[in-house]
Design a protein around this ligand. Structure first.
Ligand code: PNS
Length: 160
């Protein structure tokens, strides 16, 4: 079984993330979408909310599974017996952080390779942060996030 982990904050999951899971699901037998519960990171949604939205958004990708994780990704890689770590690469600005993280993860967990995937051009400019910013001001994002996410964002920001 070739299993990959796709870690992230997913605060919230967007169609850019879903696009990457679809691509990874073709390459691996199973994709574990790992929602980070990092107490030091300021997030809009709780880890339960982020997990539940991801579960709903990915329900039609049968070889994907969503979990919440705490602590080092390298430990999760061992626990889940993953051979790869999936990360999205959208622009050159992503590179430095991703490069550092990939090398540190390789040091901690040498058997897993980091695999960078590029999302569809339609979603390449998307980030959870810009989605939250637009949603806060009730901007139109219905073609950028799953319906469940749209609903949660409207609730959070008190829009109808
Ligand atoms: O979506 P994000 O916020 O860019 O995801 C970052 C994430 C969760 C993948 C990263 O912070 C992470 O792996 N955190 C777990 C702790 C860890 O292993 N840190 C060392 C990585 S070099």
């Amino acid at each position: 079984m070739r299993r990959a982990v796709y870690p992230g904050s997913f605060d919230p999951i967007t169609f850019g993330h879903v696009d990457l899971v679809r691509r990874a699901a073709v390459m691996f037998d199973e994709v574990v979408v790992a929602v980070a519960d990092n107490p030091n990171k300021k997030v809009l949604f709780t880890h339960d909310e982020r997990r539940d939205m991801a579960v709903d958004a990915l329900k039609d990708i049968p070889n994907s599974r969503v979990i919440v994780f705490r602590g080092l990704l390298a430990n999760l890689v061992e626990q889940e017996d993953c051979c790869a770590i999936i990360r999205g690469m959208r622009a050159v600005s992503d590179f430095e952080y991703e490069f550092q993280m990939a090398l540190m993860n390789r040091k901690l967990s040498p058997k897993a390779e980091t695999v960078f995937l590029v999302p569809s051009l339609r979603y390449v400019y998307l980030s959870s942060n810009t989605i939250k910013e637009v949603a806060k001001h009730d901007g139109k994002i219905d073609d950028l996030v799953p319906e469940i996410v749209l609903k949660h964002l409207k609730e959070k920001f008190g829009h109808k």
